[in-house]
Design a protein around this ligand. Structure first.
Ligand code: HEC
Ligand code: HEC
Length: 272
């Protein structure tokens, strides 16, 4: 049998196998480019062409209707704000004046005698973000919201600059008195929890994470519980909710007790 006679449509074996190959090709194209993309619940394609492009690996521009919006407010704060990194002295001064109305709860030197969080020495970005979130409704608190609602952008920068300028609770380490709990020192790698100090300062600092040492244990515990139940959800990209959800109640208590223990020095100074 010569090659010429083999590769001719007159040869039934040849024409049948070509036809079968074409059918298999068309079927897999239909399954791969149309049925599979449409079966994917997470991808709602605006058109047939979008589905084909997506299956072929070309990026598809999502139509605005595909965006899922949460039914609560989320934080939109970014830290690339001029005035946050290197505040002018005049900003700190203005902040000091504004802070007089805060002193009754947060203390005249930013160290609370009333169970409110301490603000003295807090990173400017953290204070600024929380005020913004109270104002926008991303963080909800009946006491703080009315104050923040009245603040201008400049007020928030000034207050953040002022509190960052005030000295923190003296950083004498309570190590030895309260040993650093496992969850704080090394996190829980199997549950995806990084050591607290890798974001909050001590080991490394992520912009927007507040300084925790010397905050009351009750406040730390309340915030961790609020993150874990989702009643506080202003943390960008769920950074803290992911941590708190993975913590056991014992670990929450241990971390709160540890950070709260820095307060002992406040009592020693007779400031409680
Ligand atoms: C009547 C008491 C009260 C007054 C006055 C008050 N605050 Fe607060 N503030 C609180 C309480 C309570 C919280 C904790 C809210 C919570 O539990 O979520 C808080 C939280 C905050 C936080 C978040 C702290 C953190 O670590 O997350 C900032 C920032 C803050 N206040 C700034 C201010 C500023 C600035 C003023 C003055 C303009 C002010 N507060 C006035 C009671 C008060
Ligand atoms: C991946 C970084 C990251 C790690 C790890 C992390 N945190 Fe946070 N945490 C944040 C950020 C960011 C915020 C600020 C959230 C916001 O914008 O309101 C925060 C906020 C908090 C607050 C609220 C403080 C306040 O003043 O309102 C507490 C309490 C807290 N973290 C405790 C912890 C503890 C305890 C651990 C360790 C078990 C931990 N965090 C680990 C990033 C982190």
């Amino acid at each position: 049998m010569s090659g010429e006679r083999l590769y001719t449509l007159a040869n039934r074996w040849f024409s049948t196998s070509v036809a079968l190959t074409v059918i298999v090709f068309l079927l897999s194209a239909i399954i791969g480019f149309l049925i599979m993309p449409y079966a994917d619940e997470d991808n709602r394609f605006a058109s047939l062409w979008d589905a084909i492009c997506s299956a072929a690996g070309f990026p598809v521009e999502r139509s605005a209707t595909n965006v899922v919006n949460p039914d609560f407010r989320t934080s939109k704060v970014t830290f690339d704000v001029a005035g946050l990194k290197s505040p002018e002295a005049v900003s700190i001064g203005r902040g000091a004046t504004l802070a007089q109305q805060c002193a009754i709860c947060h203390g005249p030197e930013g160290i609370s005698r009333a169970g409110s969080p301490n603000l003295a020495g807090q990173y400017a970005a953290a204070t600024y973000k929380q005020l913004h979130d109270f104002k926008s409704g991303a963080r909800v608190n009946a006491t703080m919201t009315p104050f923040a609602e009245k603040m201008s952008e400049q007020d928030m920068l000034d207050l953040a600059a002022y509190y960052a300028y005030l000295p923190k609770i003296p950083a004498t380490s309570p190590v030895g008195k309260i040993p650093i709990p496992q969850i704080v020192a090394s996190g829980a790698p199997m549950r995806g929890i990084a050591p607290c100090g890798s974001c909050h300062g001590g080991i490394e600092r992520k912009e927007g994470s507040p300084w925790l040492n010397g905050q009351s244990a009750a406040y730390i515990e309340a915030q961790l519980n609020a993150f874990s139940t989702g009643s506080r959800r202003n943390d960008t990209s769920q950074q803290m909710r992911n941590v708190a959800r993975g913590m056991t109640p014992e670990e929450i208590k241990a971390a709160a007790g540890y950070y709260g223990s820095f307060q002992n020095f406040q009592h020693a100074r007779g400031m409680d």
